[in-house]
Design a protein around this ligand. Structure first.
Ligand code: TRP
Length: 334
């Protein structure tokens, strides 16, 4: 049976980009194979943040994942920090990775450049190795990720291959499962359509949160930037020259399970496209909001899902860690 692993950062509230680009597929994959989903709380420590916010943000993210349809009986949902093998395997993989290849990670370069590399945390530098450990511990065949994680996945594959070559067959070499365009992996900011929709967006109007009420969703969609109206075929899918309208088409297509080019054929003007998009998003999020409210009324239930998830994940991860420790020549506890 296919093993699937994926992780999401504990950013607190889920937004539409998370849902359409990742979480919706996680829900679907539950039926296809054995799935492990992790809120990667240790990753949150790679950049400055308030400890008082991390705990609620982590639990809120886990609650949204359940509300969006992760089924505690159909997948293993857990918090990264509750399974010690993640940091333990990271060490073995840090002794497999090279400085040079980590230095080439574009996400590190981008993030470190913001405040200067000199003060960047070492954890920001080694984070892709922790991500590799996340994946390799579960012998995952498939890793659904967004396009921005492609390089980290390539590194994971390389580390697995190198470790296997050096110490003998130990890890499964995973495949990145990156969805084709039109499947929600390019959901952009409504105000800055050249940037991915994200929590750290400059304008709060550019991100639709799953907790937004219908009036807010309508307003955000209505105010989404569009490209100059250049006549009768103004509504067309062309992410390079028309990033604004292409993003709206991408979102609607993704909600409807169609191709953005086909959706474009239904419209000539921006107004009706925006009206239909708002309505489609509202009906998509309403049941998830209702489920979210239900889960929040029972925080004990969320904790018990996470406890069972960590136990199950630990059982699997422990075996892989022992295999890797043995391979490098460590003496296993007798
Ligand atoms: N780095 C991923 C992100 O920023 C999150 C992540 C951590 C992840 N570990 C993972 C994704 C393992 C897939 C598999 O989105």
């Amino acid at each position: 049976m296919t093993r699937v692993f994926s992780g999401i950062q504990p950013t607190g509230d889920l937004h539409l980009g998370n849902l359409l680009g990742a979480v919706r597929w996680w829900v679907e994959d539950q039926r296809q194979g054995e799935t492990f989903y992790c809120v990667v709380d240790l990753h949150a420590l790679t950049e400055p943040g308030d400890p008082a916010e991390l705990r609620p943000a982590t639990l809120t993210m886990a609650t949204w994942l359940l509300a969006a349809g992760l089924d505690p009986d159909g997948c293993t949902l857990f918090l990264q920090s509750q399974v010690p093998a993640h940091t333990q395997l990271t060490w073995l993989l840090e002794c497999t990775a090279s400085m040079g290849e980590l230095r080439r990670m574009t996400q590190f370069k981008d993030k470190a450049a913001r405040h200067g590399e000199e003060s960047a945390r070492v954890g920001l530098f080694t984070y892709p190795v922790l991500m590799a450990a996340d994946i390799l511990l579960y012998d995952a065949d498939q890793v659904p990720v967004g396009d921005d994680q492609r390089q980290h996945l390539e590194l994971t594959r390389e580390l697995a291959r190198r470790f296997n070559a050096r110490y003998g067959p130990t890890f499964v070499v995973p495949e990145a499962a990156i969805r084709p365009p039109g499947r929600g992996n390019r959901i952009m900011d409504l105000q800055e359509p050249n940037d991915k929709m994200s929590k750290s967006s400059v304008s709060p109007q550019g991100t639709i949160y799953l907790l937004d009420d219908p009036v807010t969703i309508e307003r955000k969609v209505k105010r989404a930037v569009t490209d100059p109206d250049d006549g009768p075929d103004a509504v067309r899918y062309d992410p390079v020259t028309k990033p604004g309208v292409s993003n709206l088409l991408e979102i609607l297509a993704s909600v409807q399970g169609r191709r953005p080019q086909d959706v474009a054929g239904d419209y000539t003007r921006y107004g009706p496209l925006k009206a239909d998009l708002a309505a489609a998003v509202i009906s998509l999020v309403e049941p998830i909001q209702a489920a979210y409210l239900k889960w929040t009324q029972d925080p004990g239930a969320v904790s018990s899902v996470l406890r069972a998830g960590a136990e199950r994940a630990d059982q699997v991860a422990r075996v892989t860690l022992a295999r890797a420790s043995d391979a490098v020549g460590l003496v296993l506890p007798s």
